[in-house]
Design a binder for this molecule. Sequence first.
Ligand code: IDP
Ligand code: MG
Length: 141
Amino acid sequence: MGNVTLGILKPDCVRKNIQGKVITKIQDAGFKILAMKQIRMTKQQAEGFYAVHKGRPFYEELTKFMSSGPCVPMVLQKDDAVAAFRKTIGATDPKDADPGTVRKEFADSKGENIVHGSDSDENAKVEIAYFFTNSSLIANQ
Ligand code: IDP
Ligand code: MG
């Protein structure tokens, strides 16, 4: 199992101005932040990032939302990072998320659910490369 994953504080998190609270939860769960920045994706960049969901009924809403304001992609390190981070953020729909998870505590809906987490080591690698260069990662180690 790999030891890095990609997290994104989504535009609802930035709009609510609770990045610090969410980052604290992530750090308290034992993750080290290897790289982090605030950016605003264009609609096209959001469509590229979520290309695996193209054709799904929520794709348009999702890519509109993800390009609606700034977001904060971050590279997170921990043993078995992908699974550990998904456990920290909770189920996609906050209604189904376990108590104490980021989405349970902070998210309003299945669509606007505060945070993204990669779902496999393979996708984590692709998603990290979508936002960060190898040299920026090395420089942060
Ligand atoms: P995940 O973020 O928990 O991995 P995915 O199924 O990969 O969930 O979906 C990607 C994102 O698309 C979700 O985080 C959420 O923002 C949005 N999404 C997923 N399913 C729905 C839905 O049924 N309605 C609205 N938005 C959805
Ligand atoms: Mg997913």
